[in-house]
Design a protein around this ligand. Structure first.
Ligand SMILES: Nc1ncnc2c1ncn2[C@@H]1O[C@H](COP(=O)(O)OP(=O)(O)OP(=O)(O)O)[C@@H](O)[C@H]1O
Length: 894
């Protein structure tokens, strides 16, 4: 039809606006309420200069100028497809775009469905569409490239579009089935060259359409903002309403649909006008909507109930059979006979004046809500909640609505209109919910935990949360990759509980600002927060920081989260006033710059930080030297510092040593693993060990590029009266025989405090093992744990230690002789040592050359020695023949 016809005929609004159906598209457009929509990037080239998503109308216009002039607008229920089509046609008629088309034909499949007899395209255009002059038709048909067809609601099309199952037609005057006409048009056999814009929800028909698909994104946040401002005349009220919607509903996909926004705005407006409370959950919103709709109908309580029951039956039918619409016979079977005049607010009625009207729910969400409601009323519904849910598996919100409606405070407003809910049904739902939640929460499936939290959130009952989430709930599992609505539900549950042992978000790939904001109250109520291997936006870190600063959290694990210096700065602001004791920021891509922020935290006077793990951050000597300033502050409470692989050298060891003996440092444990501090670094630290004010108890020099030269300094330090070191780790350093013998000298001095010694892979010899044996039997040694694996001393070397273990003076509890070239020849000594020792609990024998022959004796001695907690025999030369025997003792690992 031409532009004038469009302007005079088509653009007269048909029908009326309804709360669930939306404001009529033409009213929206005519009243300047149209908010331009966006599409996703995939279909169009790129974002525009401001980095925003492309506009929907541009995407359509661009696609129509392409080679295949078919554009499919795809979007969910109420996302604005019809409105966008009407705007497109109106703008064309007003000369704003698409002026290359001389005629535009606009069809709705819902209406076409009624044509059940063969028709030619000419007849459809002339008589059915009825708005084209007979004379102009040939012109149109001769120039198909000047014609645009606009088809709406393709998903409602009840016939086939498959070109392979029907013979397509090409003659506009030939009568054919509707299915053939539409398929022939879209496949180009009829009116070849014409252009098409087709709007649809996601449907299987899309596979028959060539051309461009354009996603209709509906209202994202900025469009919602514009819409609310347009809806409410007072900007303050608009803002209040929007904030409320964003906080309570903004995380549901449905809130991106313009139709839902209309429903929400209209409902909020009437509640605000009545000075009533706005709904806190989606269930409460639907209670309010239903109350509003029922009140509008002004029926008696009996009629209200009948209507709700009939709607519930229809909802169940549509949900089970995946029907979107029902005919008159079906409606009668649901019990609508007397009530059909009242269904308009709930149902869209097509072909009202024809003999075959079709009824469709205006809102899928309301369909599910009515289904849930009927569970508490309809005697014909399955009796148990479990079977209702089983029967309507495809319903997304059913369990959430059931949960909300089973709470007295939430169902009360409806009870006054439709009568009392069946108490047996309420009880049934409650007992199903409690027992299934108890099972779910004992298990480890995070999705199921989340669902349970959603149901609790909908129920809005503190006491129910406390009843369901008990100590037996397994809440320590990782709730990674939460959606925004998961965050809201989890936060609700933790807030009701009042505190949480551990909030585990391990492996969350995208903790956005919005999600962290929703979780912030839960974070402050959690004693331990695990955010290891997560990626957090700066905004998220900001919320974490503020949650920590007012919260209960004592342990925070951010390891492997690659925070970087900037985000650490943001975090530091919250650390000062937090209760944090233990901060793990290993592998966080930090540099020297972060140390300044950490210093300001540690010296703040309010920080409680005792343990700081900085493993694998390139802070370097300059960074550690800054931290050392903090260690000398009377405010710093740090006791343990993990400095593994921090690119440290001897340069920073002097400063560390000075800090340790400053008299202010509380430091008990320093781990310097994997740094190149070398012998000179050890020498510097040994000075502090001899200082009376140094409180250090544990030093770890694992793989620190040391040689025997450092041992004289260690010996001196260990022999000093002031030394309080109980743990010394020197594993993976080339100390050699000479160096190790010096250490043994120190260890044999009465009073030497060392209890745990690590000398794995230190190039030790049999002579060293002999001296270590003497240390152990000396009667003065406090050694409880000795790790001397990966030194090739063989059976003879290890025998010195085994004999020592058998000696009554030896206090050893743990001996590690991994990969020391042991053979079956040592087994007798092993068994003798175990039998004689009163203290030994663990023996590490992995990576040796023991064979099957040793197994019976080793199993026997383990069975006879209940003191022994573990013997590890992994990676020896056993055959499968002995596995059964080894299996007999569960304290043997093999
Ligand atoms: N761009 C818009 N600006 C303002 N309001 C809009 C816009 N788009 C849609 N609406 C409102 O949302 C309602 C629903 O939109 P519309 O009917 O266009 O959705 P739809 O995607 O065609 O839905 P369905 O899949 O159910 O056919 C409209 O009646 C109108 O009130």
């Amino acid at each position: 039809m031409d532009k004038d016809t469009v302007l005079t005929h088509i653009l007269k609004p048909k029908g009326m606006s309804t709360l669930l159906g939306g404001e009529l598209p033409l009213n929206v457009i005519n009243n300047n309420g149209y908010i331009p929509l966006l599409t996703s990037e995939a279909q169009t080239a790129e974002r525009n200069v401001e980095g925003n998503l492309p506009s929907l109308s541009n995407a359509i216009l661009t696609a129509l100028s392409g080679k295949v002039k078919t554009v499919s607008l795809v979007g969910p229920e109420g996302s604005g497809k019809t409105t966008a089509l009407q705007k497109l046609v109106l703008d064309w008629a007003q000369g704003q775009h698409l002026q290359n088309f001389t005629a535009v034909f606009h069809f709705q499949f819902r209406e076409l469905n009624n044509m059940n007899w063969p028709l030619s395209l000419e007849t459809v255009l002339l008589h059915h569409h009825g708005l084209i002059e007979h004379d102009s038709l040939p012109l149109v048909l001769q120039n198909p490239q000047d014609v645009l067809f606009v088809f709406d609601d393709l998903d409602d099309f009840k016939q086939s579009l498959d070109p392979t199952t029907q013979t397509l037609c090409s003659d506009p005057s030939q009568a054919a089935s509707l299915s053939c006409l539409v398929a022939s048009l879209l496949h180009g056999s009829l009116l070849k060259g014409a252009a098409f814009v087709v709007a649809t929800r996601t449907t299987g028909f899309l596979r028959f359409l060539d051309g461009t698909q354009v996603e209709v994104l509906g209202f994202l946040k900025p469009q919602r903002e514009a819409y609310f401002q347009g809806f409410f005349t007072d900007p303050g009220v608009a803002n209040k309403a929007l904030q409320h919607m964003e906080r309570t509903l903004g995380f549901y996909d449905v809130s991106a649909t313009p139709r839902f926004c209309w429903t929400v705005c209209s409902t909020y407006k009437s509640l605000m006008d009545a000075a009533a409370k706005l709904p806190e959950t989606i269930s409460q919103l639907y209670v309010d909507i239903l109350v509003n709709l029922i009140q509008m109908l002004s029926l008696s309580q009996n009629y209200n109930k009948e209507l709700v029951l009939a709607l519930g039956r229809m909802a169940s039918h549509c949900s089970v059979d995946q029907h979107s619409s029902c005919n008159k016979e079906e409606m009668d079977a649901f019990g609508f006979q007397q009530l059909l005049n009242s269904v308009g607010v709930f149902l869209q009625v097509d072909g009202e004046r024809s003999s075959r009207p079709v009824f469709t729910f205006r809102s899928q969400m309301m369909q599910e809500f009515l289904l849930a409601l009927s569970f508490f009323f309809d005697k014909s519904m399955p009796k148990s909640a479990e079977s209702v849910l089983e029967k309507h598996k495809g319903a997304n919100f059913l369990d959430m609505f059931l949960s909300a409606l089973s709470e007295p405070t939430q169902c009360r407003p409806l009870e006054t209109l439709i009568g009392r809910f069946d108490p047996d049904q309420i009880m049934d739902f409650k007992s199903w919910f409690k027992s299934s939640s108890a099972m779910t929460l004992k298990g480890c499936y995070r999705d199921k935990h989340q669902r349970c939290f959603h149901l609790l959130h909908q129920a809005q009952s503190d006491s129910l949360v406390k009843e369901i989430v008990t100590d037996s709930a397994h809440l320590g599992i990782s709730y990674r990759d939460l959606s925004l609505q998961d965050c809201v539900a989890l936060n609700y549950v933790i807030t009701c509980l009042g505190e949480m042992k551990q909030l585990n978000l391990y492996l969350t790939r995208n903790l956005t600002e919005e999600k962290a904001e929703r979780l912030a109250p839960a974070m402050s109520l959690s004693h331990n927060i695990n955010l290891s291997d997560c990626s957090l936006s700066t905004g998220a870190v900001l919320h974490l920081a503020s949650a920590l600063s007012r919260g209960l959290t004592t342990d925070l694990n951010l390891s492997n989260s690659h925070l970087g210096d900037e985000k650490l700065k943001v975090l530091s602001a919250g650390l000062r006033d937090s209760k944090l004791h233990n901060l793990n920021i290993q592998v966080c891509s930090l540099t020297e710059a972060s140390c300044e922020d950490l210093v300001s935290v540690l010296t703040s006077g309010t920080s409680q930080l005792c343990v700081l793990n900085l493993r694998w951050n390139a802070i370097g000597d300059q960074g550690l030297m800054k931290l050392c300033k903090a260690l000398q502050s009377p405010h710093c409470k740090l006791q343990q510092l993990v400095l593994q692989a921090n690119e440290l050298t001897v340069t920073s060891m002097e400063a560390l040593s000075a800090a340790l003996c400053s008299g202010q440092s509380e430091m008990r444990k320093v781990d310097l693993t994997n740094n190149t501090i070398g012998d000179a670094g050890v020498e510097a630290l040994c000075k502090s060990l001899q200082h009376p004010l140094c409180k250090l108890q544990s030093l770890n020099f694992f793989d620190s590029q040391l040689t025997g030269a450092c041992c004289s300094h260690l010996m001196e330090a260990l022999m000093s009266e002031n030394c309080s070191l109980t743990e010394l780790e020197l594993t993976v350093n080339d100390l050699g025989q000479e160096g190790a013998l010096l250490l043994c000298k120190a260890l044999s001095k009465p009073g030497c405090p060392i209890e745990t010694l690590g000398l794995k892979r230190c190039e030790l010899t049999e002579l060293v093992f002999k001296d270590l044996g003497s240390v152990l039997t000396s009667g003065t040694s406090k050694l409880k744990s000795l790790v001397v694996g990966i030194n090739k001393v063989g059976d003879r070397g290890v025998k010195h230690l085994l004999d020592a273990v058998a000696h009554p003076n030896c206090l050893l509890e743990e001996l590690d002789v991994e990969m020391t070239d042991l053979t079956d020849a040592c087994v007798e000594d092993v068994c003798a040592a175990i039998r004689a020792s009163k203290t030994l609990k663990s023996l590490e024998l992995r990576n040796n050359s023991l064979t099957d022959a040793s197994v019976p004796a080793l199993v026997q001695v383990m069975q006879d020695s209940p003191n022994m907690l573990e013997m590890c025999l992994k990676y020896n030369d056993f055959s499968e023949d002995v596995f059964d025997m080894l299996e007999e003792c569960n304290r043997i690992r093999y």
